[in-house]
Design a protein around this ligand. Structure first.
Ligand code: ATP
Ligand code: SF4
Ligand code: MG
Length: 310
């Protein structure tokens, strides 16, 4: 359904010396999502997860430069094509609740997006009611403005907005942040249900547990690069984790002992000639700081580490 090929994103930044520098924040990311598949994009804050979603939807800020290509249902997406599909075929549950229109009642926003994605007036109303009920939003909330509802409610309204329609691909950017555990479980279960109906889902999360719980495939990002692409069940069933960073995320889960890594070095001191994870990697060797690993296929997975053997 969706293929992303070699996506790279950079920003121009002014320096104190009045010249400009290019800051590379996403490098050469490729992934694909099939109908009925949930792909989880996993990584720490700043890894580039939201930028991947924003690039796909044509929402990057003006100072961003992007290369790479998107193929949706077999066709290469042009910027105009992206505008055409956004909200209709591809729906975003954005990370920030500021994406709600502050001047429009929330019920109207959910209804509108159901209409935009192809539902007729009647089914849009029914679907709107159903999604409100599913996310435990009382009918009275429909007539409220975004400033009158809590952040948790706003997040549920955003999820309702993206899922009330007929979109074939749902991009859910940290959809459970700020939700209580019960609603968070329901939100993940709903994404799973949408996938069962044949929709493609990209779940963006810093929480590996969420990914393992519902995703088919995990794409693990570190400093804007893919370090591992693996079936999610490989972690749960066999603990077959290849990349040391994925392993450290796994070991940091409460059920695996909360083991933590040394802090991330600042991006200005990061050695970009070698492996970006080298300063924190428990398996690092001297050579890791000299040569940057490339993404390679090992045992049907993709992994970016010089020292993983098949
Ligand atoms: N407009 C911008 N100008 C310059 N740098 C930016 C801009 N937007 C994002 N970045 C940088 O790009 C990197 C990736 O940002 P992104 O928002 O994709 O991270 P993320 O993985 O979604 O993090 P989080 O989990 O905190 O949401 C960050 O280091 C961020 O500082
Ligand atoms: S290349 Fe070296 S530093 Fe990088 S992940 Fe592999 S072992 Fe660790
Ligand atoms: Mg983000």
């Amino acid at each position: 359904m969706l293929e992303i090929h070699n996506l790279s994103i950079s920003f121009q930044r002014n320096r104190a010396s009045f010249d400009r520098e290019t800051l590379s924040v996403v490098s050469d990311i490729s992934l694909s999502v099939q109908p009925g598949e949930i792909v989880a994009l996993i990584g720490a804050s700043g890894a580039g997860k939201s930028l991947v979603a924003h690039a796909l939807l044509g929402l990057l800020p003006a100072n961003a430069t992007m290369s790479g290509e998107f193929i949706f249902k077999g066709k290469r997406l042009s910027p105009a094509g992206i505008q055409e599909l956004r909200g209709r075929e591809i729906a975003l549950i954005p990370q920030s609740v500021t994406h709600l229109n502050p001047l429009t009642r929330v019920g109207k926003q959910v209804y509108r997006s159901a209409r935009l994605s192809g539902r007729c007036a009647d089914t849009a109303h029914t679907s709107c009611d159903r999604t409100f009920a599913r996310y435990q939003l009382a009918d009275t909330v429909k007539s409220m403005y975004p400033f009158q509802i809590s952040r948790g409610m706003a997040r549920r309204v955003l999820t309702a907005t993206a899922t009330a329609g007929n979109a074939n691909l749902i991009i859910a950017d940290e959809p459970t942040t700020g939700l209580d555990p019960e609603v968070s479980e329901q939100s993940l279960a709903h994404l799973k249900e949408l996938a069962t109906q044949g929709k493609g889902v990209v779940l963006i999360t810093h929480d590996l547990e969420n990914g393992v719980q519902i995703a088919d495939t995990l794409v693990v990002l570190y400093e804007g690069m893919t370090v591992e692409i693996t079936p999610a069940r490989a972690l749960e069933e066999n603990d077959l984790i290849m990349h040391p960073y994925t392993r450290s995320l796994w070991q940091a889960l409460p059920r695996n002992g909360f083991m933590s890594l040394p802090p991330t070095p600042s991006s200005s001191t990061l050695n970009r000639n070698g492996c970006l994870f080298a300063e924190r990697c428990p398996q690092a060797r001297p050579g890791c700081r000299q040569s940057a690993p490339s993404l390679r296929r090992v045992n049907h997975k993709l992994v970016r580490c010089n020292h993983v053997a098949g």
